[in-house]
Design a protein around this ligand. Sequence first.
Ligand code: PLP
Length: 425
Amino acid sequence: MSSLNDKLAAALSSREKRHIRRRLPVSASPVLPSADFTSNDYLSLATSSTLRTAFQHALSTAPQILGSGGSRLLVPTPAHLALESFDANVAFFSAIPQPGDVILYDEHIHASVHDGMGASRVDSSSLIKFPHNSVVALKRSLRKLLHERDDLRDGRASAFVAVESLYSMDGTFAPLREIVQCVEELLPKRNGYVIVDEAHATGIYGPQGRGMVAALGLEGRVLARLHTFGKALAGSGAAILTTELIRDYLLNYARPLIYTTTLTYANIIAVECAFDMLEDGSAEVTQLALHLLDLSRYFLELLRPHLQSAPPELLCLPGHLRADDHKDPTNTPSDASFPPPTPIIPLLTPHPHSLAAHLASLSQPLFTKAITWPTVPVGTSRVRVCLHAGHTRDDAWLAREREVARQWLDVAEGEGVGAWMESKL
Ligand SMILES: Cc1ncc(COP(=O)(O)O)c(C=O)c1O
């Protein structure tokens, strides 16, 4: 074997030994929507007959439906005007922050933001991580920077703050109001900019599924919002909602946008059909989103009492989902609905592969995702359950009855967990 092959094989084998090697999922038959607790098809639009019919009709009347044939800069068609296909986070963070600027980012921010920051012209010493959702820590870092740097104090340099509105691995919501307020207060020269990745909130929260920024009325106070179409909207691609100036700058400087073949026409048409469903606020999608939130609340209520009796080192919910009193007591009455229910429910366990394999092997299989380092921090491996609007309360039976709960909790033979579970249930 060549030296390169040796090195690559050794890296994979090391991952294999540590049970963190990634593989493509294999399944002999298609996963039924009711058994899919893995995908981010939150509104179940990927299997919606309404969307399918609208899409088929739109395809049959569209002038072009296949490949775009080139980069967005080469494709003059109106179909692509509002929607783009590119790695939006990489494009934004690699292009917009300028030399001398700083980026403060939540420690759980998505990998694509890291890729963008790594490719940016910001010095690596000015990429500053703050603990997950900690406004106190963000404030502390900003104060320190302001103390040290007069270019930030007088507005010559900018500070960007990168967060997700709903975190994909944790199901936590960023305290967006507090973050925006903190940035505005500490940087009164208006050189502080909040960027919100709404990938997992798009379609579900806010009026017509416009996301958490819109739900909280913060549209005018964040610099950019990233909405992806690959999750609740059953398509692919992304849009960045931002200023005209930033849009034009991205068109000139964002390499992932300039040098990537843009979306196919069919993809644009599919996303437009999904948007039509969202915009028609009276209808189906609103009901789907409401059902999803109701299901998310219900599922947690069922799960909590069962997990309370499990040894937390073997299986537990993360802190923010453990009790119903997780709402911030300092919230004003108008904030009573924050945080809303989350369809992303992590089950923390040191045996995520065993638990996921066990769930998939049930007579009525449940497909979930085992998630380990490096996707999540060391010591926080988990099985992630993603609920969808297409699930019913019967699918969310996780803790509905003793027998089924036992199956979920019976993590693995030979790891001592099974015996413990048996004695408890
Ligand atoms: C938080 C977040 N941002 C951005 C993306 C990128 O979205 P896409 O895969 O549609 O490019 C993802 C995808 O997993 C994500 O979870």
